[in-house]
Structures are given as C-alpha cells and as structure tokens.
Design a binder for this molecule. Structure first.
Ligand SMILES: Nc1nc2c(c(=O)[nH]1)N[C@H]1C(S)=C(S)[C@@H](COP(=O)(O)O)O[C@H]1N2
Ligand SMILES: [Mo]
Length: 257
C-alpha cells in the first residue's frame, strides 16, 4: 500500500540520490568529512569542475527557497496517517551514516539528557525520569531519502510536553539535538510542537533496541528519516540556525510536509 503521505518537496534528489553511496564516494576520493560544501557535492555528482561553484550557489539558493516554501506550507494541525499494528515492521530497518556493526551501544544507566539554550530548567534528565512522563504511541511511515520506507510504531513523551515541562521558550525558532554518534540535527519549532513529534523510548512497545536509538531518539511523522536523530544526548532550544549532519552536506533542511 502506498501512503498518501509523501514529503511535499523532496530534498534535492537531483543532487543526491543515494546518500550512503555518496559517503562511499567521498571516502574513496579522500575528501575529509565535515569539510564538504554543496559545490563539492555537485562536483562529485559529475558536474564540470569549472561550473561547480556557480552551480553550487544556484543549488544552495534553490534549497533555501525550498526550506522557506516548506516552512510556509507546514500545517501544525495536520496529522500524518497512522497504520494498524499488523503493518509494523519487526525488526525495523536500520540506517545511519555507518554500518549497523559499528553502532556503539549507549550505557542507559550512565546516560543523561542535557539541556541547553532557551530553557528555564536545565537540570539533566535520567532515563527513569523520562519514563515517568506521559507517553503517546504512533504507528507511522518512516521514509528515507535513499528511497525506502517502512511502517514503525514508536512511543515516548511528546516533544511538546517535554519542552513545556522544562520551561522552554516555545517562541524560539529551533530545537537542536546532539547525539552519541556525533550526528547533530535540528528542527523548526512548529515541527517540535506537532502532536506526532515524540522523544521515543520504545519501538513496537518494547525498549528501543541499540541500533534504533536506545535510550532516546526523535521520531517525527512529518519529516524524512534523516531528521530523526537517534541516541540523543542533548537538546538545545535556540534562535540560531545550526543545520545538521546531512543538512550541512546539501540536504534540504526542512525536509518535511
Ligand atoms: N544519531 C543518528 N541518527 C540518525 C542517523 C544517524 O546516522 N545517526 N541516520 C538517520 C537516517 S538517514 C535515517 S533513515 C534514520 C534511520 O532510523 P532507523 O534505523 O530507526 O530506521 O535515522 C536517522 N537518524
Ligand atoms: Mo535516511
């Protein structure tokens, strides 16, 4: 069954059709991680070297334009479709910027969720404290830009509930995340407050398995897979744009409906 839910504007498929293939290409060509501009990506995807910077500039402009359009059309009250339990994929499909064998499990007892930025109460949270918060469950479609998707069921505290609890400034522009595997990510406040945006601690009603973000990950029904950081260690509420792992490598920042 095809879902009617598809991101309104796909994240620059013309630039990058397979981000894992891209990483391999980047590694093969010996270009350092982190120092890659969209212009360099354009070169990797086969454009003439001489044109790369102007094309890069044009692509960046298109991407920034897409971000503005997507933000403007985002409907905070519109819910993404949910599905019956029978459709839940077990186990879920794994993805990261590295292979599943290289996942380093997080020690849940030592783990703390740090808070930063425009938040009144910055005391760190333990796993138990988070487990005591009200929980919501959602069975939604996970869509990866690589071109695959699956139905998954996640539960956890709505990010809105959590942000209210810690006295976050809900008029701030962004909510940014840090993770145990150095995969920064950030989302707009409207998405952070959407009812289908959770700090998930469970998959299919069981504690999240290590590869899928134990002990805490973001799960939002209105964004592409890469905007759902796993193994979250810190949350910052801010008015300063901070991008993200794939966002800094050319993916559309908004990447949602
Ligand atoms: N910390 C972290 N979160 C991450 C990633 C990652 O590499 N590191 N990959 C993203 C991508 S591209 C996808 S599609 C989803 C995959 O989530 P899943 O393994 O639960 O299906 O996680 C996202 N969150
Ligand atoms: Mo993805």
């Amino acid at each position: 069954m095809r879902s009617p839910f598809r991101p309104a504007i796909a994240p620059d498929p013309a630039i990058l059709d397979d981000h894992r293939g891209l990483i391999r290409t980047i590694e093969r060509r010996g270009i350092l991680r982190g120092g890659l501009s969209l212009g360099a990506l354009t070169m990797l995807t086969g454009c003439d070297v001489g044109e790369s910077s102007s094309i890069g500039r044009a692509l960046r402009a298109v991407s920034a334009f897409n971000d503005r359009v997507q933000e403007a059309i985002f409907d905070p009250n519109k819910l993404a479709p949910e599905y019956p339990d029978a459709m839940i994929l077990r186990p879920p499909r794994f993805n990261a910027y590295y292979e599943i064998e290289d996942v380093k499990p997080v020690d849940g007892d030592a783990w703390r969720l740090e808070l930063a930025g425009l938040v009144a109460d910055k005391r760190p949270w333990t796993r138990r404290q988070i487990a005591d918060l009200p929980e919501r469950e959602m069975t939604i479609r996970h869509i990866c830009v690589e071109g695959w998707d699956y139905i998954g069921q996640w539960s956890g505290v709505p990010l809105r509930t959590f942000l209210e609890r810690v006295g976050a400034d809900l008029t701030a522009k962004y909510v940014a995340f840090k993770t145990a595997d150095d995969y920064p990510s950030s989302i707009d406040m409207a998405t952070a407050l959407h009812p289908q945006t959770l700090l998930a601690t469970k998959y299919a009603r069981e504690t999240l398995p290590d590869p899928f973000g134990y002990p805490l990950r973001l799960r939002t029904a209105t964004k592409l897979g890469f905007k759902n950081p796993k193994w979250i260690t810190a949350i910052e509420v801010t008015n300063t744009y901070s991008g993200g792992y794939w966002e800094d490598r050319g993916f559309n920042w908004h990447s949602g409906i």
